[in-house]
Design a protein around this ligand. Structure first.
Ligand code: SF4
Length: 528
């Protein structure tokens, strides 16, 4: 395995530390190739570095047992004034603590009262939904978008020798959560007008081959954020609630971003970033603009009800061979229970167009164990796959089947995580039925034991911080989770299913861009 020091990158930014007033370590609590696939890392580093007197360097979880150090100048975390964690997934929580411990920084904020320790802040979708399991490790958390608060946080750090002691001055700032102070409510903040915010153009490009283990998911690409949020509000989906409202950049702005971004990065591929890419109003025009500029295109999952021949033609013309759809369930009834408004006919039609217009590999995402799921819904998946597998895709059909994990701030936040034995039964049922008519189909199931850990963290409270710390101190594995929970006297099954419908929740003080009552109303609609 290449160590991070040996990874060559284009557009690396190195600033003269001696001339800087604020040194920021931007941490991604996972390995380099995962962190560099995240648009947030490119964006936040660019935002910090756009201030002349601030230097921001990236730090990832090391591939080896080494201490985490910055990519740009090999500095340990202790040498920075500010450490910012971009947190995208709950299962990365122990990595946050591990990176602090391995850097000889006390992980609990209350143990860092000395000014010699950097201020530790964090943000990201899980933090905006429910930061409680990890609040003890942070001095400050950002709830919502980073842009409205970033300059004020920088100014605060520049103004005070020991900014930790003066955090109370930020108490009334929307979007800022100060876990050590008593805040009744923390209101999220968001950017209204995406055309008015910075987009990173001179992005860092890892100069590694696609097959290299340190290569980011999209390879050498320019990541272009076209929109934020999603207006559909599927009842199981975190992003559909935490990142509201839906906002998008105009086509003319995106065309300029493509031109300049490609010039400055020297890559040949544009990857579209957004929670609801297919909702972008001028998606076809944008895709054709990219294709007609002689570039490759990469987009993640599309909504089947938005698929058109012209869109698929643009995708295949750009060289992309795979397309992903997320029907989530096998029947219209259960799909409408989840508020994912698309029909089996939409799905069949989208698959048909994809086959006709040259897509070589189709990928489907399903959820099992959703509230109200019946055996007929599993049969629906089998029927749907049977129908689609009649179509010809040169590189076949893949299914990714994951268990439903209840998430904070969604209408299903009160629902239980399905028991593992039931999930295993469903898995066996699907596997044996699907293998009968499509023996070569690629089938992937998330390990249900890990989905339980996700369920634990997504709806946890502050009692979990000691568990997370114990896990971080050892090997991060299912075994260490089991042991840490038992040491803390927490029974996993009971803990993750401890809520009754409409109970108050540990994250009710986080106020997102909708009223709590609307979640209750949405949940009630499922019962009717
Ligand atoms: S599942 Fe997709 S369409 Fe539904 S709310 Fe989430 S991002 Fe939006």
């Amino acid at each position: 395995m290449k160590t991070m020091k040996l990874i060559k990158e284009r557009n690396l930014v190195r600033k003269n530390w001696r001339k800087m007033d604020l040194r920021v370590a931007l941490c991604y609590p996972n390995k380099y190739h995962i962190g560099m696939s995240s648009f947030a890392i490119h964006l936040i580093q660019h935002l910090f570095n756009s201030r002349n007197n601030v230097v921001c360097e990236r730090v990832f979880l090391p591939y080896t047992k080494a201490q985490p150090t910055s990519i740009e100048s090999n500095q340990p975390l202790k040498n920075f004034d500010l450490i910012g964690f971009s947190v995208q997934f709950e299962t990365d929580y122990p990595h946050i603590v591990k990176m602090l411990l391995d850097s000889l920084i006390p992980p609990y904020a209350r143990e860092r009262d000395d000014k010699e320790y950097p201020l530790v802040i964090g943000g990201g979708p899980c933090i905006s939904a429910n930061p409680e399991p990890i609040t003890d490790f942070f001095d400050l958390l950002v709830v919502g978008d980073i842009e409205p608060v970033l300059d004020k946080i920088i100014d605060h750090c520049l103004k005070f020798k020991n900014p930790r002691n003066r955090l109370n001055e930020l108490l009334d700032m929307p979007g800022v959560y100060l876990p050590s102070l008593n805040q009744d409510t923390i209101k999220s903040v968001w950017v209204n007008e995406m055309d008015n915010i910075l987009h990173p153009l001179q992005q860092i490009v890892p100069l590694v081959e696609r097959k290299d283990k340190v290569s980011p998911a999209f390879g050498k690409t320019f990541l272009m954020e076209i929109s934020r949020g999603c207006s559909h509000g599927c009842r199981f989906c975190l992003i559909g609630y935490t990142n509201r409202p839906y906002r998008e950049r105009s086509l003319s702005v995106l065309e300029k971003i493509v031109d300049k971004g490609i010039e400055l990065t020297g890559v040949k591929k544009v990857s579209l970033i957004g929670a609801a890419i297919s909702d972008y109003k001028r998606l076809e025009d944008l895709c054709w603009y990219i294709v007609n500029s002689g570039l490759n295109l990469s987009l993640s999952s599309l909504r089947t009800d938005r698929v058109t021949p012209s869109l698929i033609e643009a995708i295949t013309a750009s060289g992309q061979q795979t397309i992903a759809f997320a029907p989530e369930t096998g029947t219209n009834t259960l799909r409408s229970c989840t508020k994912k408004h698309m029909t089996n006919d939409d799905i069949a039609r989208a698959a048909q167009i994809s086959a006709e217009y040259g897509i070589k590999h189709l990928k489907f995402y399903y959820l099992i164990g959703l509230p109200k799921e019946e055996e007929s819904d599993l049969n629906g998946i089998i029927e749907q796959v049977k129908e689609i597998s009649q179509l010809k895709f040169k590189r076949g059909l893949s299914l990714s089947i994951n268990p439903f994990v209840p998430k904070a701030h969604t209408p299903f936040q009160w629902d239980p995580h399905p028991p593992i034995e039931i999930l295993r039964e469903k898995k066996r049922f699907l596997e044996s039925a699907l293998r009968k008519f499509a023996p070569k189909i690629e089938l992937k199931f998330l390990d249900f034991r890990w989905s339980k850990i996700q369920a634990l963290l997504s709806r946890g409270d502050r009692n979990l911080s000691k568990v997370i710390k114990t896990v971080a101190e050892g090997q991060i594995s299912l075994g260490s989770w089991r042991k840490a929970l038992s040491d803390a006297n927490i029974k996993l099954e009971e803990y993750i299913n401890r809520f009754s419908l409409y109970d108050e929740m540990p994250w009710d003080h986080i106020q997102l861009n909708f009223r709590r009552e609307s979640l209750i109303k949405e949940r009630r609609l499922v019962e009717n």
